[in-house]
Design a binder for this molecule. Structure first.
Ligand SMILES: [Zn+2]
Length: 457
């Protein structure tokens, strides 16, 4: 295996130059004016796939930006197959957002590459591709590989679920790896093994047929803003848990071993205080703060709208009130089922003095990987050998809808979240950057992962 690593190290400068070329293409998927450049980035990735020796390379259309696909199945039908997911599109960026330079003019300073997309996700995705190039350049890899690089991640992957469902045979694999995230620190690698799902709704409370004079009608009409607040106040129990009946029925409990593992990378209460600035914490007391974020579902009020909120005073009795509410979900909750439970509970709480409507706005499933799978062990050894340190396992509080899509369509495929970036890379913000040492270690780690998976019987 040392030869693939040698090849990668000898070609590091060329790899960096290629990454710079890719970063220079402003593939901003949300911008209709950048549709041509977004396609250009897809073509660039496809051309490199062909050059390094992948087969069946295709630019596959979706209703908006295409998916780039390439495979190498030379290890044979009995070998394992790795599906690599990444994205070639980027967030918008203009210099006036606070960049020290043109966001699409890649600049290397002190071993750091500054450019929109350098970390999220061009640099990380490209590390996977270069790792496989190194393996192909040094004999026959022991794993098959399928690369699926999409162009709509930054707009919420609206077409990927349908794309995966329509190409199940093509994409079927033993394990999926995603390098589109972060490790804790350069010398503290970490592997993500769960993400939370999301259910989003809005509730609207209707009172009188229009806004009323509070002097003429106050005291006989149930104020919708008040009714809304009364309902919302009953959505949590005094202990911080969600009061919706059945809400926790399918929640997978944290094991003692997992709690021990998660404690290794947990922030202290002081660090959480520093990050939030709150005077005291709130929530389910029987769970530590990082456990509440990674392993417990929540119900949050995201916004209220009602009545008068301009300068000065207006004695209005509003005709309606609206609240936006979302739930972060954990395995094995189902977003649509949770919507039904929350809606029914809200309608039960609604007093007869008002009319309440509840509408679902979005849903995405949670994902939880088995920490004891051989692929997880392979990912851990890959960081240990390739990155140079043994990684810890982390549960994420956010939502990655594609994980649930992949698992649903691809036979519950295990997914390894092997980030090569840092939380401080400025993804989505100004001066996004990618530490080139992490690009190098990412390539070494990816080479090790392919090799480790190739050894799984
Ligand atoms: Zn990304």
């Amino acid at each position: 295996m040392t030869t693939a690593h040698d090849y990668a190290h000898q070609n590091q400068e060329r790899f960096q130059q290629q990454l710079i070329d890719l970063c220079r293409i402003p593939s901003v998927s949300t911008d209709p004016e950048r549709k041509g450049e977004t396609l250009q980035a897809a073509e660039w990735v496809a051309a490199d796939m062909r050059k390094i020796g992948l087969n069946n390379v295709q630019i596959m259309p979706t209703p908006l930006h295409p998916v780039v696909y390439g495979e190498w199945l030379g290890a044979g039908p009995n070998a394992k197959t790795v599906l690599v997911y990444g994205h070639y599109d980027v967030q918008p960026a203009v210099t006036s957002d606070g960049w020290d330079q043109d966001p699409f003019e890649p600049t290397v300073k002190d071993g750091v590459l500054y450019c929109r997309g350098s970390s999220d996700d061009k640099g990380q995705m490209f590390a996977q591709l270069k790792a496989f190039e190194a393996l192909l350049a040094n004999g026959k890899p022991t794993v098959n590989v399928k690369f699926l690089i999409e162009g709509e991640e930054e707009i919420g992957s609206p077409n990927l679920g349908k794309f995966v469902a329509a190409h199940r045979e093509l994409l079927m694999a033993d394990v999926c790896v995603i390098s589109d995230g972060s490790v804790i620190a350069l010398d503290r690698p970490s592997i993500g093994y769960s993400t939370r799902g999301l259910m989003y709704l809005e509730m609207e409370v209707f009172g009188a047929k229009q806004d009323l004079h509070s002097g003429a009608f106050g005291g006989i009409v149930h104020n919708p803003a008040q009714a809304l607040a009364e309902i919302i106040a009953q959505l949590h129990n005094p202990d911080g848990s969600v009061a919706v009946p059945g809400f926790y029925d399918h929640v997978v409990a944290l094991s003692a071993a997992e709690r021990e593992e998660l404690a290794k990378s947990a922030w202290t209460d002081a660090e959480w205080k520093e990050a939030t600035g709150v005077p005291a914490f709130w929530g389910e007391k029987e769970y530590l703060l990082h456990e509440r974020i990674g392993a417990r579902p929540t119900l949050e009020i995201n916004g209220f709208v009602s009545g008068f909120y301009g300068a000065g005073s207006k004695t209005v009795l509003p005709g309606k009130a609206l609240a936006k509410i979302s739930c972060r979900l954990v395995a094995n909750q189902n977003a649509d089922q949770i919507f039904g439970l929350v809606r029914d509970h809200i309608l039960r709480l609604a007093p007869p003095t008002v009319r309440v409507e509840v509408r679902q706005l979005a849903s995405a499933g949670p994902a939880l990987m088995d920490l004891n799978s051989p692929y997880m062990a392979a990912a851990s050894r890959a960081y240990e050998k390739g990155w140079g340190q043994k990684p810890v396992y982390e549960r994420g509080g956010g939502t990655l809808p594609i994980l649930a899509d992949f698992q649903r369509e691809l036979n519950q495929i295990p997914i390894m979240l092997m980030g090569f970036g840092l939380q401080t890379d400025g993804a989505h913000g100004p001066n996004e950057h990618f530490v080139l040492e992490m690009f190098k270690r990412g390539i070494d780690t990816a080479i090790c992962f392919f090799d480790e998976v190739g050894q799984i019987k």
